[in-house]
Design a protein around this ligand. Structure first.
Ligand code: NI
Length: 177
C-alpha cells in the first residue's frame, strides 16, 4: 500500500468525467482501493474519489463518523461504478469541505435522500438508500466522478471561504458549533 498524492482544484483530472471500472477484482483495482484507504486515513477526510488520486475511474470510498450521522457510524464503504439517484425534490444546505480544496469550505445545497446502486469490493451488486449527511457525502463523492467540485454547486458564492474564517464568523453569529 502507498499514500498517493491528492490532486487539488485546478488540476484537469478533477474536471474529467470518469470511466467505469471494467474489472473490480483486478489486482490494479485492489491496489488502488488499498492506496485510497491509506491516503484517506492519512489525510483525515470523510471520503475520497479515484480522480482525487489521479485515477479517472468510477470508484469512491468514504466513512461517516457517528457524530455526523445521528449517532450511527457508516463504516468504511467502497463503491465501484456507483449510480446515485435523488429521492427528493428539495435541497438542504450544509458546510462541505474537500481534500482537493484544503482549508476551504462552502455551504452546498444537496438532496436529503438518495438511492445508490454500485458494485462492492468483490464486484457484487449492492443497493441502499441514504439520508442527510450520509446522502450528502454520496452526492459530493459522486460529483467527483462526473468532474464536478463543490464550488460549482454553490448557489451563494458568498457562502464559501477558509474554514478558519467561516468558523469564527459562525461562532460570532451564534450558529456555529
Ligand atoms: Ni471532495
Amino acid at each position: 500500500m502507498a499514500i498517493r498524492k491528492i490532486a487539488r482544484m485546478g488540476h484537469p483530472i478533477l474536471g474529467q468525467r470518469t470511466a467505469p471500472v471494467q474489472a473490480p477484482d483486478a489486482p490494479e483495482v485492489r491496489r488502488l482501493i488499498a492506496d485510497m484507504i491509506e491516503t484517506l486515513a492519512d489525510a483525515g477526510g470523510i471520503g475520497l474519489a479515484a480522480p482525487q488520486v489521479h485515477e479517472s475511474l468510477r470508484l469512491m470510498i468514504y466513512r461517516v463518523p457517528a457524530v455526523r450521522n445521528a449517532g450511527q457510524e457508516v463504516p468504511l464503504t467502497v463503491l465501484i461504478n456507483p449510480d446515485i439517484t435523488p429521492l427528493d425534490e428539495g435541497r438542504a444546505h450544509d458546510w462541505e469541505s474537500c481534500l482537493s480544496l484544503p482549508g476551504l469550505t462552502g455551504s452546498v445545497p444537496r438532496h436529503r435522500a438518495v438511492a445508490v446502486t454500485a458494485l462492492d469490493l468483490d464486484g457484487a451488486p449492492m443497493a441502499f438508500e441514504a439520508r442527510d449527511f450520509h446522502a450528502r457525502v454520496l452526492q459530493h463523492e459522486g460529483d467527483h466522478l462526473d468532474g464536478i467540485l463543490y464550488p460549482q454547486r454553490l448557489d451563494d458564492p458568498g457562502q464559501f471561504g477558509f474554514v478558519e474564517e467561516i468558523r469564527q464568523t459562525l461562532a460570532r453569529q451564534g450558529t456555529g458549533s
